[in-house]
Write a protein that binds this ligand. Structure first.
Ligand SMILES: Cc1cc2nc3c(=O)[nH]c(=O)nc-3n(C[C@H](O)[C@H](O)[C@H](O)COP(=O)(O)OP(=O)(O)OC[C@H]3O[C@@H](n4cnc5c(N)ncnc54)[C@H](O)[C@@H]3O)c2cc1C
Length: 468
């Protein structure tokens, strides 16, 4: 029987449909009569499925005035609201859908120091001293997330393992030494035997383990932040998309479907989800789609993946995964600049991908069963570093964290709050990367070509050839 003829829940590939008793409640966006965002599927994530139903904040109606209007309720927007409140600056945060509906509440949950761009790229652009300063900033963001989660007794699982899909003993040891000597950050080198004692896959060779990194439930992080905000200094509105903004004699006016906000300052924290309404900022990032799936409970999982670490491989378009709920595998990967695929298609591809690394988990059809699949958008600048700073007088952007936003969005938000309050100009440390054009119509094409080349290079290296 081919996969598409399998009844739901029987085949090991595709997505197992929830039984009637566990049927998903309808998408909150539908309840709010919001049009679906092209980069945000109606599919529920693993995190949303396990979280208590959130009470929606109200929709903005009528006119409001505030010091700072924040557009976007992801980590950047939420940490910004918190950082402003800590400096006695009031704000209104508007979110088009629900808090954490974007990348921040649907990501892999890996939290470690660093940026989306490599150390080498940052050093090349800024020199070693400034690269060190940026690394310290990324650690500051890491601590902000850790502290937020620990304050609500959220579960953090420590340890992140990066494994190589080809023989890379020398290169990995050099990376470890580089991090230790240049950045004072210690990670462990694991030889092939140690890696394979943790991960039962012949495709893996050596690895680097960061015992100081952790993984977490990202939606829980968003909700913890949301709950920590004091309504007397921060007002939150959900299902309230910004439709556009215009300059006023003293600040900016933001239009929403049923109201408007007059603010002395406006900060755009829209991640990869901002559309035309964010003006010229839309021409400065590329929305890149990526995918995550979660398997049903797998009896053999503990024998095959014998670590609670978050794991990623070193392929340039690599996978990342971790065990969730004790016996399920959360597996992420694949990137495209051209929209999103249907959950069924994601499930099929990822199910085969997992089986390629861990054949022992595959069913009779050679694929690993998938229960939930979803996609998300990351905002990427061409230089792969965040775009943070003023776009015009009293108009700031805090965006483009790529696939390394868990720690970098929080610290960038703090830098913006410091900039707005006049406390510091630390945001200028990111300024050398600056706002840059996304390549217009050619941007997605160029990005897609790069990803495809990266995938080819991955295959080439896995076959034992060294690529340029
Ligand atoms: C599938 C996936 C896995 C990832 N895994 C990891 C990981 O393991 N570790 C890591 O460090 N990073 C990871 N990332 C990246 C990380 O999640 C992001 O970099 C980070 O969450 C970005 O935060 P943000 O606040 O800038 O954007 P978002 O969280 O995307 O928030 C932007 C918000 O703005 C809202 N918005 C947009 N336009 C408007 C408007 N006009 N009006 C009102 N609201 C608007 C959106 O609805 C959205 O909620 C992953 C990303 C994805 C998609």
């Amino acid at each position: 029987m081919c996969r598409c003829c399998s009844p739901p829940g029987v085949g090991t590939g595709g997505i197992r449909q929830p039984a009637a008793a566990e049927a998903e409640p309808s998408d909150p966006a539908q309840q709010m009569s919001l049009p679906p965002h092209p980069g945000l599927g109606a599919e529920r994530t693993w995190y949303a499925r396990n979280a208590p139903e959130a009470q929606l904040h109200s929709v903005l109606q009528g006119h409001k005035a505030t010091d700072v209007c924040i557009v976007g309720g992801g980590l950047a927007g939420l940490f910004l609201a918190q950082s402003l409140a800590q400096r006695s600056i009031s704000s209104i945060l508007i979110e088009a859908r629900q808090i954490g509906a974007g990348a921040s509440g649907r990501n892999g949950g890996f939290c470690s120091p660093g940026w989306a761009a490599t150390h080498a790229a940052i050093e090349k652009k800024l020199g070693v001293a400034s690269a060190r300063e940026l690394f310290e900033l990324s650690r500051e963001g890491f601590s902000m997330v850790r502290d937020t989660l620990q304050a609500v007794d959220a579960e953090l699982t420590w340890g992140k393992l990066q494994v190589s899909t080809f023989d890379a003993a020398d290169a990995l040891q050099r990376s470890r030494d580089h991090l230790a000597h240049r950045y004072g950050y210690d990670i462990e080198y694991l030889d092939t035997e140690s890696v394979r004692s943790r991960l039962d896959s012949r495709r893996y060779h050596q690895g680097l383990r960061d015992p100081g990194a952790f993984h977490c439930d990202p939606l829980q992080l968003c909700r913890a932040l949301m709950s920590s905000l004091d309504p007397s200094s921060t007002e939150l509105f959900e299902a309230t998309p910004a439709l556009g903004f215009s300059r006023m004699p003293a600040g900016w006016q933001v239009r929403t479907p049923q109201g408007s906000i007059q603010a002395r300052r406006l900060v755009l924290c829209c991640g990869g989800y901002g559309g035309r309404e964010v003006g010229r900022l839309r021409r400065m990032f590329l929305p890149i789609t990526t995918y995550i799936v979660v398997t049903p409970p797998l009896a053999a999982l503990g024998q095959v993946i014998r670590t609670t670490d978050a794991v990623s491989d070193d392929r340039r378009a690599g996978n990342y995964y971790r065990i969730v709920a004790g016996d399920r595998l959360l597996w992420g990967g694949d990137i495209t600049a051209f929209g999103r695929h249907a959950p069924e298609r994601i499930a099929t591809r990822m199910g085969r991908d997992i089986a390629g690394f861990f054949p022992a988990l595959a069913g009779r059809d050679g694929s690993v069963a998938v229960e939930i699949a979803w996609s998300g958008l990351m905002g990427y600048a061409r230089h792969m570093m965040p775009q943070v700073g003023p776009l015009a007088d009293d108009l700031w952007a805090c965006t483009s964290f790529g696939g390394h936003g868990l720690n970098t969005a929080p610290v960038a938000a703090r830098l913006v709050a410091e900039g707005i309050s006049g406390e510091s100009d630390r945001w200028k440390r990111l300024a050398p990367f600056g706002f840059c054009w996304n390549g217009g119509l050619f941007g997605p094409l160029a990005a897609e070509s790069v990803y495809r080349l990266m995938k080819l290079a991955d295959r080439w290296r896995a076959l034992g050839f060294k690529s340029a």
